[in-house]
Design a binder for this molecule. Structure first.
Ligand code: GUN
Ligand code: ZN
Length: 439
């Protein structure tokens, strides 16, 4: 070809997989190129397809990175986790509420200290990238400094991240308490400072209904209406004792979810963590409002919270995504999160194919967050956030992968047996931000 290559054009040869639709509802939902090529230009996706078709379109001089034998997919999207809980992952307690009291609140107290928040944010982002997660919806703490520390760290790496200051003005230790007014003021300042600055996006973050007064939820709903393209994140219907508590605190609400609905907190880009004990009306309301469920299986097993009902959620056509919920979750790896999601489905009598799990961790999450115009697939023009998965990363996975008869079996082996070791490289906006060198 005579055309001069753009200096930033790069090509990657590997098997390439990405989704166009949810395989649970659409027969031809994904593109799979066994000998594929991904072409990136200026930090954006230029093309993805068969090597045989695309190689001849490359301008002369473009480097083709050889990842043959590996699998390229869009970067994983983790739709619910807590960066301040990194250092308390795997802390034992008999259930959610004692776990919050004993470990979570004392740990989060330390984030009034900006230097501490910065150090943890850097480690947290390293860990996400090691696990192939390029976008996450992140809870900070009640301290506005924790949000600055997080976005400063993610901006320096040019990552698409969504985060927000936790709002809580009751039922928490005094050292973590804001007020309805100060919480709203800080949130608005942080929206103005960070929302859509570079790749950063802001999420209004009332922790959960028990730690907010009606006044705080009302002001948060007003901010959600005033800044309709911001995100909302909170917890709902995770644990039995928590649900009982909410019924007591909000006796007029029809359900736990209805508390949030009553304050205008259900809308597109509202991400609800857990959603275990929702009833049919709740699921219908999730779908009708375009709110999305962030399913957190490792956390739900760890805290003994319960099993998400995929069948009911799918019957209502609720937007679904997978999430680690670190530090309630026990792994940063979305592969390990798929592993546990699969078992949740089995225990509920339903079945989650591996192609669906990879959809939920990529395009499904992007759709849940209304970010499918930026991330989640390899449609031309999207941000070039992608990962290189290495099926031969451990002796056992290598042996199993060799015997896989089709794509479903290969993805299933990666999900059940893989973790950070299966992530050979992670790219954000076209730049390599993590590489695992062969051991
Ligand atoms: N509910 C309220 N806060 C939290 C939290 O930090 N983690 C989990 N898993 N549930 C919550
Ligand atoms: Zn959580």
């Amino acid at each position: 070809m005579s055309q001069a290559p753009s200096p930033s054009m790069q090509a990657y040869r590997a098997s390439v997989l990405h989704f166009r639709a949810d395989p649970a509802f659409t027969p031809d939902a994904y593109s799979w190129h066994e000998d594929g090529l991904l072409i990136v230009d200026g930090g954006k996706i230029h093309a993805a397809g068969d090597y045989a078709r695309l190689a001849s379109t490359l301008p002369e001089g473009v480097t083709v990175h050889d990842y043959r034998g590996k699998l390229i997919t869009p970067g994983f999207i983790d739709t619910h986790l807590h960066f301040p809980q990194t250092d308390m992952i795997a802390s034992p307690a008999p259930g959610l509420l004692p776990w919050l009291e004993t470990y979570t609140f004392p740990t989060e107290r330390q984030f009034s200290e900006p230097e501490h928040a910065r150090e943890v944010a850097e480690f947290f982002l390293d860990e996400l990238l090691r696990c192939g997660t390029t976008t996450a919806m992140v809870y900070c703490t009640v301290h506005r400094e924790s949000v600055d520390a997080f976005f400063e760290a993610s901006e320096a790496r040019n990552l698409r991240m969504v985060a927000g200051k936790v709002l809580m003005d009751r039922n928490c230790p005094e050292f973590l308490c804001d007020t309805a007014e100060s919480g709203a003021r800080d949130s608005e300042d942080l929206i103005r400072k960070w929302h859509k600055r570079g790749r950063s996006l802001y999420a209004l973050t009332p922790r959960f209904a028990p730690t907010s007064t009606e006044a705080q939820l009302r002001l948060t709903g007003e901010l959600a209406a005033a800044y309709p393209d911001t995100f909302i994140q909170t917890h709902v219907s995770e644990n039995d004792a928590e649900c009982t508590w909410v019924r007591k605190l909000f006796p007029k609400a029809r359900s736990y979810l209805d508390v949030y609905d009553g304050f205008g907190l259900m809308r597109p880009r509202a991400m609800y963590g857990h959603c275990i004990w929702l009833d049919d009306d709740d699921f219908a309301r999730m779908a009708a409002t375009g709110s999305a469920a962030a399913i957190c299986p490792t956390s739900n097993f760890f805290l003994g919270s319960g099993l998400f009902d995929f069948e009911k959620a799918d019957a209502a056509r609720v937007l679904l995504s997978l999430a680690t919920d670190v530090g309630g979750g026990t792994s940063f790896s979305m592969l390990q999160t798929m592993n546990e999601a699969y078992k949740v489905a089995r225990l509920k009598g339903s079945y989650l194919p591996a192609v669906r799990m990879f959809y939920l961790a990529t395009l499904g999450a992007a759709r849940s967050m209304q970010l499918e115009g930026s991330i989640g697939s390899f449609a031309p023009g999207l941000d070039a956030d992608f990962i290189v998965l290495e099926p031969a990363c451990t002796p056992l996975l290598a042996r199993r992968a060799e015997r896989c008869a089709n794509l479903e079996e290969l993805l299933f082996a990666l999900a059940l047996l893989g973790d950070d070791r299966a992530i050979r490289a992670t790219y954000a906006a076209g730049h390599k931000v993590h590489e695992r060198l062969p051991q």
